[in-house]
Write a protein that binds this ligand. Structure first.
Ligand SMILES: [Zn+2]
Length: 254
């Protein structure tokens, strides 16, 4: 395998010291059960794939971007009773992110993009806090919703549903069980009307909400749907990376 200069894990100091990297990209996932048919690392495979494929497209357009290793743990406080689902608290994530930003700042890499693939992760408040004291311009992309997923699926679903199953058919089909092994991904709603309608929000206790840990029916997933969605997502992110790399002052306004 040929080392890709936009994938840090594969590169050497010999190569790195000659390249003026403009943008660092940090894939961030989670380690959790995904219905019966998808692997625990699904979110990590997704964020890593989206980051590398977007970086590849941007690199081909002369943007000097580099993908950092994936952070494999997400906020899973509602799934602590599901075996081997590993929680990383938001306060811990903030410290991890802070250390990464501090490293980049010291080395004069001035732009960071987080590619998030887990709904329980929310980096916006962390970025607000860090941005007030850091020279690194930090942004975040939730890849599954950064462009409207609806046109690509019959029913995208939330967790291990049609969207995630379709993209994993493209990213790592060898790690999936056949769809006949998957549960239906039915998820119960809150009884209280305001919580059910979305008027109010509260975290959910996952084992009370789901039968099979999935939320969203994977039965109509196809590789073709996943491929088309991933291509649109990585092209859109690549456009952003090119713009970001070319801009000296990303914190400027129209
Ligand atoms: Zn997932």
């Amino acid at each position: 395998m040929q080392a890709r200069p936009y994938v840090l894990e594969e590169t050497t100091w010999k190569s790195v010291k000659g390249i003026d990297y403009e943008v660092a990209i940090l894939p961030w996932g989670a380690t959790e059960a995904h219905n019966y048919h998808l692997p625990y690392g699904t979110d990590n495979y997704e964020s890593k794939y989206v980051a590398i494929e977007s970086a590849r497209k941007a690199w081909e357009r002369e943007a000097r971007v580099v993908v950092l290793p994936t952070i494999p743990f997400g906020v899973n406080t509602g799934q602590l009773d599901i075996r081997l689902t590993i929680n990383m608290n938001p306060s811990t994530q903030a410290m991890v992110l802070g250390d990464i930003v501090e490293s980049l700042e010291a080395q004069e890499t001035r732009k960071l993009v987080i590619i998030n693939s887990h709904g329980g992760n929310d980096f916006r408040q962390m970025i607000r806090e860090l941005q007030s004291s850091s020279a690194v311009f930090i942004s975040v992309i939730n890849w599954w919703s950064c462009i409207d997923p609806k046109p690509f699926y019959d029913e995208a679903g939330d967790h291990a549903g049609e969207l995630e199953t379709s993209v994993m058919m493209e990213i790592a089909p060898e790690l999936m069980l056949p769809l006949s092994e998957a549960g239906e991904g039915g998820a119960k709603k809150f009884k209280i009307a305001g919580l059910k309608s979305g008027l109010a929000w509260a975290p959910r206790t996952w084992t009370k909400v789901t039968e099979d840990t999935g939320s969203g029916n994977p039965s109509r997933a196809t590789r073709e749907k996943g491929m088309r969605h991933l291509d649109a997502v990585t092209s859109a992110i690549a456009d952003f990376l090119v713009d970001l790399a070319q801009t000296d002052r990303p914190d400027s306004y129209e």
